[in-house]
Design a protein around this ligand. Structure first.
Ligand SMILES: [Zn+2]
Length: 255
């Protein structure tokens, strides 16, 4: 892709380069919209973190929100610089996040509860090392999709066993944002040549970031609701400032 302003970070070394024109607005930010579009994800994860921490949810949910913030910050670094090492600071936390989802979804029924976190931590650590050495390209994406697919049957099970209308609505919003985000991401990828000739670029990849920020928030809120129900904490979905849904719990007095 042609560079208009001189680039502070040097030549592009990342394995993927999105449709947005590089260094169009600043010599310090390679892809401006793809960088700033990660801010909603960070803010939503921060709201989730405060909600999980102040209501004393299990630590796994705080770690989950923190890992989403880490990967959004990694994504900002990557899109701002288009350097391979920053690309990994985006991809490696993505992998940790999906391992956390597997833990949250499957640990309540796991026969050996102590071995599961050890196995997943080792898996995440070994992946980070191997990925930094071998620099998986398409291999990373295939691996990520396979792990994501593992989460779907359990998410579906939670969905059909939940009676709460508002919680079910969260799960539907999760699917809707995933579909809209994927559509935006694919359009940016497939129709880049056409889009580049348009007077205004719709910034499909930046839209994907925004949709996926909400997607993670809805997924986490739904999982917090399901977990609170399992623990008998009488959860209900309320709205922050009348808009953003979050889980309010009432723990029994003896706890
Ligand atoms: Zn991105």
């Amino acid at each position: 892709m042609a560079e208009i302003i001189s680039s502070f970070w040097g030549p592009v070394t990342s394995t993927t380069d999105c449709c947005e024109k590089n260094y169009a607005y600043s010599s310090y930010i390679a892809e401006f919209y793809n960088t700033i579009s990660n801010i909603p994800t960070i803010l939503l994860a921060l709201i989730g973190l405060i909600s999980a921490h102040t209501q004393r949810f299990e630590k796994r949910f705080c770690v989950l929100h923190l890992s989403i913030m880490a990967f959004a910050i990694g994504s900002m670094l990557y899109h701002a610089t288009l350097q391979h090492v920053k690309q990994q600071s985006n991809e490696t936390p993505m992998m940790w996040e999906i391992l956390l989802y597997i833990y949250i979804l499957y640990s309540p029924d796991w026969h050996y509860p102590r071995t599961m976190p050890i196995f997943l931590c080792l898996y995440g650590a070994i992946f980070a090392i191997v990925h930094s050495v071998l620099r998986f390209g398409i291999g990373f994406k295939v691996h990520y999709v396979i792990l994501s697919l593992l989460c779907i049957p359990r998410m579906y099970k939670y969905y059909i066993y939940t009676d709460d209308v508002c919680a079910k609505c969260l799960a539907r919003l999760y699917v809707a944002t995933l579909l809209l985000g994927s559509l935006a991401w694919l359009s940016d990828l497939v129709f880049c040549n056409k889009i580049s000739s348009w007077p205004i670029n719709p910034q499909g990849h930046a839209l994907w970031h925004v949709f996926m920020g909400f997607n993670s928030y809805f997924a986490n809120t739904f999982l917090m609701f399901c977990r609170a129900q399992q623990c008998g904490w009488s959860p209900r979905i309320v709205r922050l400032m009348g808009v953003l849904p979050y889980v309010k719990i009432q723990k029994p007095k003896r706890q």
